[in-house]
Design a protein around this ligand. Structure first.
Ligand SMILES: Cc1cc2nc3c(=O)[nH]c(=O)nc-3n(C[C@H](O)[C@H](O)[C@H](O)COP(=O)(O)OP(=O)(O)OC[C@H]3O[C@@H](n4cnc5c(N)ncnc54)[C@H](O)[C@@H]3O)c2cc1C
Length: 476
């Protein structure tokens, strides 16, 4: 550890026990599970107060050093890799749930609160929030919300950022500002009707400032849970015919389910922990597995909801759709957050997991999934596709996951190529990339309104003229 000048200045802000430039520590922050190129930071600072965050931001500006906020580093987009070095500001020690307001149904959390922690706390009082469905309980709640992530209640409430009610935000010059209703009211209950400046913090991947508190909707936790599963028995070449996509719209529009999610056959096998290469798919298995999960406050309500969902599927079968019921009891026993997240990152051995997620009109999944299958086949990877219809019902998350062996250069090369091809498929389907790595952002902007990119650059330049906040993000 060399205690250089900047090291000492960081130590003055966060205390010597909360700073490191020891090579092994730096190495931990240089990469994530994806194939995005690793890059070492110069320093790690663990902030424990808002004032320390402000101090670090001011220091970074004075010294023109990049500053990268991180919590769990599980974003699967390479978004915390310090591409230009700099200071990693690790926020996981700021883990207080500041307020739980059950008169207005919102909570205020610090950036280091994990998804496991919030779920456990809210469970005690019969509440919950929309939790990301895949990551381990150690993932940060706040980063996923401000990234526009998807949660297990998305079929009912929409994507997680729609449930943000307010924020406290450190701007790149160190100023502290409240956004949302809390800017005026003592209650952080809603982001409107005042101008919605929360947009300055959402979807920017930590490149416009640091969110130090987040207000989110909380919901009473229903006592009863059930799910109906159905398989789509089609072909590898035409996995989701338009008639089946239209059925998904119908089931979404029924507003009976809190989550409507599908998995390719390969995804289900990988989820079971099976390793590459898989045995060929048995003829009797479906191409896609879907489950509609629903909750209720009374037994009567859950029974009725389940019956109505089953009726919709029966109507589908009767009208000639290639469906049959599948058993999802194993799946619905799974508590949120999931306990098996890391199982599927090691399908090919070697621990890598790359990912391209998107928000795409459901109707275009028909051509999207077909093309994703073709890409997986071309590179000899198991088609690993996940789908979730979220509120609004005409759109949802279409995702391609690519577990790979980090030690195998061929695997790494294949995944990098696949990811770029998947991006083009999403864009051809009218979709938008979620948690987009820089290359995917560039692909979006190439097709987008040039004035949108111009405005983004203007916002970034205005807020962060020295470009210290997580540089290299968003393809700018
Ligand atoms: C197996 C697996 C499954 C997953 N499934 C889902 C899923 O179902 N839904 C979903 O939404 N996500 C999912 N994810 C992605 C990820 O786990 C979640 O989005 C998680 O909430 C991110 O939290 P994190 O603490 O890891 O964030 P990090 O990776 O540490 O940070 C993410 C981004 O936020 C920025 N950031 C962090 N803190 C701040 C802050 N205070 N202010 C400003 N910027 C900040 C970072 O710079 C970075 O750009 C999954 C990941 C894995 C590995």
């Amino acid at each position: 550890m060399s205690e250089d000048r900047v090291y000492k200045l960081i130590a003055e802000i966060v205390g010597s026990e909360n700073v490191s430039n020891e090579p092994y520590s730096l190495e931990c922050y240089a990469r994530d599970s994806t194939t995005n190129k690793p890059s070492l930071p110069n320093y790690i600072a663990m902030a424990t107060t808002v004032e320390q965050i402000q101090g670090l931001v001011r220091l970074a500006n004075k010294e023109r050093i990049p500053l990268i906020p991180v919590v769990g580093m599980s974003n699967t987009g390479g978004l915390t890799i310090p591409v230009e070095g700099g200071i990693i500001i690790d926020l996981h020690k700021m883990d207080k749930i500041i307020e739980i307001n059950t008169d207005i149904d919102y909570a205020i959390v610090e950036p280091g609160v994990t998804i496991g922690q919030i779920d456990a706390e809210l469970k005690k009082i019969g509440y919950w929030v929309s939790l990301p469905v895949g990551p381990p309980g150690s993932a940060g709640l706040l980063p996923g919300y401000i990234l526009h992530g998807y949660g297990h209640l998305g079929g009912k409430y929409g994507i997680n950022s729609e449930q943000i009610t307010g924020a406290e935000f450190v701007l790149p010059d160190g100023e502290l500002v409240r956004l949302g209703g809390g800017a005026v009211s003592p209650y952080w209950f809603h982001r409107t009707p005042i101008p919605d400046l929360l947009g300055l913090a959402l979807g920017w991947q930590g490149s416009t400032g640091i969110v130090t508190k987040l207000g989110i909707n909380i919901y009473q936790r229903p006592k009863f849970k059930d799910a109906v599963g159905w398989g789509i028995f089609t072909s590898h070449e035409e996995p989701l015919p338009e008639s089946c996509a239209r059925f998904l719209l119908k089931i979404g529009r029924s507003e009976l389910a809190y989550d409507i999610s599908g998995h390719s056959w390969g995804a289900v096998q990988i989820g079971k922990g099976l390793k590459y290469p898989l045995e060929p798919k048995p003829k009797e298995d479906p191409e896609l597995y879907f489950a509609a999960t629903t909750y209720a406050f009374t037994e009567e309500e859950i029974t009725l909801k389940k019956k109505l969902i089953e009726r919709l599927i029966k109507e589908g079968i009767d009208s000639g759709l290639p469906f049959d019921y599948t058993d999802v009891t194993g799946r619905i026993k799974v508590e949120m957050p999931t306990k098996y997240a890391l199982k599927y990152s090691d399908h090919r051995g070697g621990g890598g997991l790359d990912y391209i997620g998107s928000i795409t009109p459901v109707i275009n999944w028909t051509k999207g999934i077909k093309r994703l299958n073709e890409i997986f086949d071309k590179f000899d990877f198991t088609p690993y596709i996940r789908l979730s219809v979220y509120r609004g019902t005409l759109q949802g998350m279409m995702r391609a996951l690519m577990p790979y062996n980090r030690d195998d250069e061929k695997d790494v090369d294949a995944v990098q190529k696949m990811a770029r091809e998947v991006v083009q498929v999403v864009l051809d389907c009218g979709g938008l990339i979620y948690k987009a790595p820089s290359f995917a952002c560039k692909a979006m902007w190439e097709r987008g309104d040039p004035n949108y990119l111009k405005l983004m650059k203007l916002v970034k330049q205005t807020l962060d003229p020295n470009s210290i906040m997580n540089p290299g993000r968003l393809g700018m």
